[in-house]
Design a protein. Structure first.
Ligand code: CIR
Length: 253
């Protein structure tokens, strides 16, 4: 179960965020409304949410998930693959200090975005992507092993991050889309397959036995409800314009 979450308020400069989505610029005022609703959703799942202030220096800084991996045993500060995001780690390191005494860091030349890391119990799947290089993954696995956990890599072809197309919902249930539907390493899971038309909703989050999905995907809602979860929908349109999914907006631990 998660007790805490950390989020960062979107900055006005989010309009300059990285994106390949081709959906236009996000509207900051609407993003603020959606972000506040997202926080309420997390609170309704019984997590205490720490809200960090906007950081105009970093347009993508609302996507806090990428800059740290928060495990039950230690926190690991990542080294984001996009140079424009590397400075985001400083603020996150400060924010996690009250919660963690064991804090590790990924070092150059390793790069890793935690959007590429999916937790399945004590094992962590790490996508090798344009953001996460083999050295970043190697350092991450070494740190996980030091604390009694484990990790393995997954090659990615098309998606930005591993969690763009896969989400673990606990109880052996795994949401998969696109290239993840056929991966041998995921065959052992009870796979909930999302079609390409609904691909954005494959990035959903399990929070204390509920599943939060983006609004506008009735088929995904149906599939996840049928697997036995109460589903909560929340509007994500402005974050989608920056390639950001539901998981990217929070660190849950
Ligand atoms: C980026 O390209 O880094 C941001 N615009 C979106 C990050 C999304 N994060 C995630 O999928 N974990």
């Amino acid at each position: 179960m998660f007790k805490h979450a950390i989020v960062r308020t979107p900055c006005k400069n989010m309009v300059a965020g990285l994106t390949g989505a081709g959906l236009g610029k996000p509207d900051h005022s609407l993003a603020m409304i959606q972000h506040q609703a997202y926080i309420k959703v997390l609170e309704s799942c019984n997590v205490e949410v720490t809200i960090l202030p906007p950081d105009e220096k970093y347009p993508d800084s609302t996507f806090v998930e990428d800059v740290a991996l928060l495990t039950p045993h230690c926190a690991i500060i990542t080294r984001p693959g996009a140079p424009s995001r590397q400075g985001e780690t400083e603020g996150i390191q400060r924010a996690i200090t009250p919660f963690y005494s064991a804090v590790e860091v990924i070092r150059e030349p390793g790069t890793i975005d935690a959007g590429d890391i999916m937790m399945v119990g004590e094992h962590y799947y790490i996508g090798l992507s344009e953001r996460t290089n083999p050295e970043g993954a190697r350092q991450m696995i070494q740190i996980l092993e030091q604390y009694g956990m484990s990790g393995s890599t997954v090659d990615l072809k098309h998606v930005l991050h591993l969690k763009t197309g896969a989400a673990y919902l606990e109880n052996n249930n795994l949401v998969v889309c696109g290239e993840f539907t056929e991966k041998a390493e995921f065959e052992k899971f009870n796979r909930i397959v999302i079609t390409e038309a609904n691909a954005y909703s494959a990035n959903c989050i399990w929070v204390n036995d509920r599943v939060v999905i983006p609004s506008g995907f009735p088929r995904t809602k149906e599939l996840i409800s049928s697997a036995g979860y109460p589903v909560i929908e929340t509007d994500m349109s402005e974050f989608q314009k920056l390639d950001g999914g539901l998981s990217c907006l929070s660190l849950r631990f």
